[in-house]
Design a protein around this ligand. Structure first.
Ligand code: NDP
Ligand code: HSE
Length: 448
């Protein structure tokens, strides 16, 4: 039973990290202290901020009281009611959170890498200690998605989640598509704007999205899904040409995190979790997600289709989600009660990404002469892959016209849903046809 509001003294809040996110958390905790106290029923007192180097200049944290900075994170976590971890990385973040939980503190973290790698250890420790662990900011920044999937949809059956959950890659792909900017320049801009991870490899190679996919899949399917369970492909192989062709065929390229219920060859039900670039039709709501914005599209049996949209990265948006969790945890301290525990009763098998059946778009350069299309179509038919559409755009993406019977034609073949193995066999067989000069790209089409 919590103490009444009148009896309740300040709740001590410790902050681990004062970077892009931490400095905004500290600012909001300070500037909104009166509102937060009213919402919680007790003042929140920021008792310390752990950093690596307390003497370093902090241009992002000008409003932060420097006397709160400490290099003694270990000591800080044992003198707090609520510990907020926004330092990132696996260690020492994991040990500090476990230490905080052991000392009886509720914990709030934005650290998707840690949760995807070793969340169960933290969830178990929190359950054992009877304290809250919240992590709304770990997936899609400011967007409320963890709470809706974990709590609001707890009475439904989620069938599929399609998410744009990495702001950096969405920004990069959007800049490439809308301004023709190079991949490297767009990544640099995303870093300057505070969207990218310290090492942007985590963004562009899909690790960050994969960690978020693992967290969402675990919650949606009541099954433990870790980073190793997620099939991952980043956006580094996407070229300006791919982006231009996507537009020509009525699509946009997005890095998608996908978690869906699938049925294996033996009829067993399971979950497939994957991250890869995909063509999204311009008519799909995810196609309109621009810049560093994120969106998560959820398909559930009873609820139908839902879309959650907003800022998925950046200090202030992420701090908003962190503060929401802090208020929830703090209310439990004041009023009693506890947030949800890990739910893994379904324990579904994680099936390979190849179990998922999707549409594909295959782009190829062929000799521009009679009968070539028929040869290609024959291969698709022989492999049981059904063609939805074939386009032979009159103007290739390099702006040159096809030059007649001896020139090159570009074919864009969109298939109906096909198994990955059948598609791969088809592509291999097409590649060795005599008139085929090059298979230029093979991309999945999602969200149709
Ligand atoms: P930053 O790199 O900007 O900040 C990290 C902070 O943690 C710094 O203040 C750093 O101290 C401190 N820190 C790091 N290691 C240690 C350590 N060993 N001991 C003490 N302090 C340490 O990271 P972000 O703010 O961008 O990200 C923080 C977390 O939030 C990450 O888990 C990230 O994935 C997550 N996140 C980030 C988002 C974003 O848009 N940036 C969005 C959603 C989640 P010092 O300043 O002295 O170096
Ligand atoms: N680097 C991440 C992104 C930050 O670009 O989305 C949010 O997790």
């Amino acid at each position: 039973m919590g103490a009444s509001q009148q009896e309740q003294g300040p709740l001590r809040v410790a902050l681990l990290g004062c970077g892009v996110v931490g400095s905004e958390v500290a600012r909001l905790l300070t500037q909104q202290s009166a509102d937060l106290a009213s919402r919680v029923g007790a003042p929140l007192e920021l008792v310390g901020i752990a950093v690596r180097d307390a003497s370093a200049p902090r241009p992002l944290a000008e409003s932060v009281d420097r006397s709160l900075l400490t290099e003694d994170a270990e000591g800080l976590v044992t003198r707090a009611d609520i510990v907020i971890e926004v330092m990132g990385g696996i260690e020492p973040a994991r040990s500090l959170l476990l230490r905080a939980i052991e000392a009886g503190a509720a914990v709030v973290t934005a650290n998707k890498a840690l949760l995807a790698e070793d969340g169960p250890t933290l969830y178990k420790a929190a359950d054992t200690a009877g304290v809250d662990i919240y992590f709304e900011a770990a997936v899609a920044g400011a967007i409320p998605i963890v709470r809706p999937v974990r709590e609001s949809l707890a009475g439904d059956h989620v069938r599929r989640i399609l998410g744009i959950v990495n702001g950096t890659t969405n920004y990069v792909l959007d800049q490439m598509a809308s301004t023709g900017m190079s991949f490297d320049d767009a990544v640099k801009q995303a870093q300057d704007l505070g969207y990218a991870e310290a090492d942007p490899t985590a963004d562009v190679e899909g690790f960050d999205a994969a960690a978020k996919a693992a967290i969402l899949a675990s919650l949606a399917f009541h099954t433990r899904v870790s980073l190793e369970d997620v099939a991952r492909e980043g956006i580094t192989a996407i070229t300006a040409d791919d982006v231009a062709w996507a537009a020509q065929t009525g699509h946009v390229i997005k890095l998608l995190a996908i978690a869906e219920a699938v049925t294996g060859d033996d009829g067993a039900h399971g979950v497939s979790v994957r991250v890869h670039p995909a063509l999204v039709p311009l008519t799909h709501p995810l196609a309109g997600v621009r810049g560093a914005f994120n969106a998560v599209f959820v398909e559930a049996d009873a609820a139908g289709e839902l879309m959650f949209y907003g800022r998925g990265a950046g200090g202030s948006p992420t701090a908003s989600a962190v503060l929401g969790d802090v208020v929830s945890a703090a209310r439990h301290r004041v009023l009693g009660g506890k947030g949800p525990e890990e739910s893994i009763y379904a324990a579904l098998p994680i099936l390979p990404a190849s179990t998922a059946v999707t549409r594909y778009q295959v782009r190829l350069a062929v000799d521009d002469r009679p009968g070539v299309l028929a040869q290609v179509a024959q291969v698709l038919a022989s492999k049981g892959v059904s063609i939805e559409a074939v386009r032979q755009p009159s103007e290739p993406s390099d702006g040159t016209q096809g030059d007649g019977p001896t020139g090159v034609a570009h074919l864009v073949i969109t298939t109906h849903a096909a198994a990955e193995a059948a598609l791969a066999a088809t592509v291999d067989a097409i590649a060795v046809l005599e008139p085929v000069r090059e298979i230029t790209s093979v991309l999945r089409v999602e969200g149709a």
